[in-house]
Ligand binder design. Structure first.
Ligand SMILES: Nc1nc2c(ncn2[C@@H]2O[C@H](COP(=O)(O)OP(=O)(O)OP(=O)(O)O)[C@@H](O)[C@H]2O)c(=O)[nH]1
Ligand SMILES: [Mg+2]
Length: 238
């Protein structure tokens, strides 16, 4: 089964008409999730995988091509301009940077900003090294709970994205959470965005793909709620 097919909504879910009480509960949950992300603070950074400390708390990794918008996405979700280092120059994030979530001294989840792959100017040996680090991280990180794959829809799913999808597929079948975010959606018109989303859903197996724009704050609430649900499966309501 493909990673994303796990997230497909059932017809029943889709057809159900929410009551006003459902709406209010949903709004409360969104508020809770958004506020929770605002508690983010820098935890640690590591140039190599074996330098990364082990944590008990569930970790969510932001992965994708260099310049896809991973660091910017983390900054927008956490509403902190410079928590993760974002830049116009691709290849800016060269370490694995971790951020803690939850009240002070009560960390309940970790976000991981990973270096991007596929930047043409990076020497081949470095590319290969990084691919290996990425694969090892995804395969061996014990507290890894979810993966957010960011893709620039103007480039689509690249060969390296597909390799990453292959690597995590068995993990997703074992319960790893997954979603694809189409970043910089502000650069697309409505028709292009709809088309990009349909293609992404197909490419990722028909499930969890969302449009995201840091500039327009599109997708922020939806993604915040997903991340909350992934890491707090026993706390459905505020
Ligand atoms: N228009 C627009 N630009 C964006 C958006 N998200 C990110 N960018 C821009 O894209 C560039 C790259 O963003 P980063 O967040 O540094 O990308 P990254 O994926 O972390 O890149 P690496 O660290 O190199 O892997 C920056 O110039 C951002 O301002 C978005 O939603 N809309
Ligand atoms: Mg980055």
């Amino acid at each position: 089964m493909h990673p994303c097919t796990l997230g497909v909504r059932t017809k029943k879910n889709h057809m159900a008409t929410p009551s006003p009480a459902d709406d209010a509960a949903h709004t409360d949950r969104v508020k809770q999730a958004v506020g929770w992300l605002h508690t983010a603070r820098f935890l640690t950074t590591a140039a190599q995988l074996h330098h990364l400390p082990a944590y008990q708390q569930p970790e969510i990794a932001f992965v994708g091509r260099s310049n896809a918008g991973k660091s910017t996405c983390i900054n927008v979700l956490t509403q902190q301009r410079q928590l993760a280092y974002a830049s116009k120059t691709p290849g800016r994030t060269q370490h694995i940077n971790l951020f803690a979530l939850g009240r002070q001294n009560q960390t309940d989840a970790v976000l991981a900003d990973l270096p991007g792959y596929g930047y043409a100017a990076v020497p081949k040996a470095d590319k290969v090294r990084w691919q290996r680090v990425m694969a090892n991280y995804l395969m061996t990180r014990d507290n890894l709970k979810g993966v957010v794959l960011l893709c620039d829809p103007r480039l689509g799913v690249t060969e390296l994205d597909e390799i990453l999808l292959e690597v995590i597929r068995p993990k997703v079948e074992e319960g790893l959470k997954f979603m694809m975010l189409l970043t910089k959606s502000d650069k697309l018109n409505r028709t292009e965005a709809d088309k990009a989303l349909s293609i992404a859903k197909l490419q990722s197996g028909g499930g969890q793909a969302h449009l995201f724009s840091a500039l327009k704050k599109k997708g922020v609430e939806e993604v915040s709620l997903k991340l909350w649900d992934w890491t707090h499966p026993d706390t459905p309501a505020a």
